[in-house]
Ligand binder design. Structure first.
Ligand code: ADE
Length: 260
């Protein structure tokens, strides 16, 4: 059986070597750069993240430079990338690293949960741990060969983690898996099986329809010294502003809204 698992691992790793997308964070082992990429990727698509990641690293190439930036600068640079509190957590993490160096347990850094800690630990520090995001989890569940931890290719965690995510992102997708193009279909318990209806029917929400998008627009307008966007319905603006106030990202100053 373990020979079988080794064959599966070999097939996936060879496929990844051939088909991997050339993404900028896959060309570095710098923990700061990898942390930036992983935080950005937490809620934003790869294609949208790539240019923002490049700009971010140009402006703040290391933890010390980001630590020296103000909250306002960081929030303004984050516009369009998702929840602002993640930007503030990244800023807090940079300050902690600039002050104390990288901690042995990365989860002690603000905004770093089990997935991000495992991703940075394996990609930057060579730790032999599984980084399990939703893609890698779905791949493991469909394969039906044990937990993501059990699947991990011994000694090759970084490559394995990237490969499992890549398969989930490009082939073993949630709604329409392409089992005919899958390098590990021969070992997969779910190959060729229809995807459950509930999952297949779920429609992707347009980014412009989300509260997160409205919040981003509001922060961008305030960062630019403008009033609230005139093209967004008042009830949507109210909800976004209420959330920003509650999160302490925006304040009321003499009746006007301002970035904190
Ligand atoms: N999503 C989260 N982490 C990723 C990575 N390292 N590469 C591609 N997509 C990702």
């Amino acid at each position: 059986m373990s020979d079988d698992l080794d064959a599966l691992r070999g097939a996936l790793l060879r496929w990844y070597g051939r088909e991997r997308r050339d993404l900028p964070w896959r060309r570095t082992t710098d923990p700061y750069a990898i942390l930036v990429s992983e935080v950005m990727l937490q809620q934003t698509q790869v294609a949208r993240v790539v240019p923002r990641y490049m700009e971010w690293l140009e402006r703040w190439p290391d933890a010390a430079s980001l630590a020296a930036a103000s909250r306002g600068e960081v929030l303004a640079a984050w516009v369009g990338l998702g929840y602002n509190r993640r930007a503030l957590a990244l800023h807090g993490a940079a300050r902690a690293v600039a002050r104390d160096g990288w901690p042995a347990d990365l989860r002690t850094l603000p905004g770093v949960g089990p997935y991000t800690a495992a991703a940075v630990a394996s990609f930057a520090f060579g730790a032999q741990v599984a980084a399990v995001d939703t893609n890698a989890m779905r791949v493991a569940e469909r394969l039906g060969r044990g937990t993501p931890e059990a699947l991990l290719a011994p000694g090759r965690a970084a490559e394995w983690n990237q490969a499992a995510m890549e398969l989930g992102a490009t082939v073993c997708t949630a709604r329409t898996p392409r089992c005919d193009a899958c390098p590990v279909a021969a070992w997969c318990a779910s190959a060729g099986r229809p995807v459950a209806k509930a999952r297949a029917a779920r429609r992707a929400e347009r980014f412009e329809d989300t509260n997160r998008w409205v919040r981003g627009r509001v922060v961008a307008a305030l960062a630019a010294g403008e009033g609230l966007p005139a093209d967004i319905a008042p009830d949507r603006l109210d909800r976004a502003v209420a959330g920003l106030l509650q999160d302490g990202l925006v304040r009321r100053v003499e009746g006007r809204l301002a970035l904190d």
